[in-house]
Design a protein around this ligand. Structure first.
Ligand SMILES: [Cu+2]
Length: 282
């Protein structure tokens, strides 16, 4: 009986904490959280495309109810494309061809034979910025074989990004949030630069030394729970506290989708996102 009372008290405490947390959360994905649009997403799961930089705007909170006792589980899922897939053409190289070659692979849109979509970013919404800052890693953006590596990554806000250049030629890292420049640093092969990622959003990276084919994205998030899909389009997000969450997926060519998922103890939700593939690369 005492255990039950303790569990019940824990549960009430957890509910109160989550309500407080929800009340203090920002306006993440404002456009997506518009109630009408939410209904549309729930009912039809139609792909919603919004400007890419809008992805990581502060989120509107949602009601989150814990289950019996606060434990942690994981979210497992896959992001797939349906329809005819046309592999995008390799990117033409206009400078430093002696080192880079005539083309480099196009990583903006990669689908495997089963439809698995690589480089989609998944974020579990509804957490405060302070929690993400406790999960800080030190992400790396390398310049390698005339491409940014990795092409897509996700980092908690507050992370310190290490910029590297593994090539024997000059590169540059020009980071923008929307149309605003966050930083723009020349990167000779010997130089390493650290840049703190202080704002949430989709950071677009380009190389301003006439390497017009080079691009990358870093999704900077206030959530501590996130993933990027692998070559099979699959992802795993570990140690998610019990609760019901809205999870969001973003792909640089295909835009945004979201779903609600409940994590409860040992039950591992399987989440399937499906994009309708465009007939041609866009
Ligand atoms: Cu470059």
């Amino acid at each position: 009986m005492a255990d039950l009372e303790t569990a019940s008290a824990n549960c009430r405490l957890a509910r109160r904490q989550i309500k407080e947390k929800s009340g203090e959360a920002g306006n993440y994905f404002n456009s997506i959280h518009d109630s009408k649009m939410k209904s549309t997403i729930r009912l039809t799961l139609i792909l919603i495309v919004v400007p890419t930089y809008a992805f990581a705007e502060p989120s509107a909170p949602y009601h989150q109810e814990p289950t019996q006792v606060m434990t942690a589980g994981k979210i497992v899922g896959r992001v797939r494309g349906e329809g005819r897939y046309e592999r995008p053409a390799p990117l033409k190289v206009y400078k430093n061809r002696d080192f880079c070659g005539a083309t480099v692979p196009n990583e903006s849109f990669i689908v495997n034979p089963e439809g698995g979509l690589r480089n989609a970013v998944i974020i579990v919404l509804g957490f405060r910025r302070e929690k993400a800052e406790r999960q800080i890693k030190n992400p790396i953006l390398d310049n390698k074989n005339c491409a940014f590596v990795p092409h897509v990554q996700v980092a908690p806000v507050g992370s310190e990004l290490l910029l590297l250049n593994s090539d024997p030629i000059l590169h540059d890292v020009h980071a923008r949030l929307g149309s605003e420049t966050l930083f723009n640093v020349g990167l000779p092969t010997w130089r390493q630069v650290k840049k703190r990622l202080t704002r949430t959003g989709i950071v677009t990276i380009e190389c301003d030394v006439l390497h017009t084919w080079m691009s990358a994205h870093i999704v900077v998030t206030s959530s501590p729970y996130f993933a990027v899909t692998d070559e099979r389009g699959e992802f795993v997000i570990d140690r998610v506290p019990d609760g019901t969450y809205e999870i969001h997926v973003w792909h640089e060519k295909l835009g945004n989708q979201s779903k609600r998922v409940t994590v409860a103890g040992n039950r591992t939700p399987l989440v399937d996102f499906v994009y309708r593939l465009p007939r041609k690369d866009t």
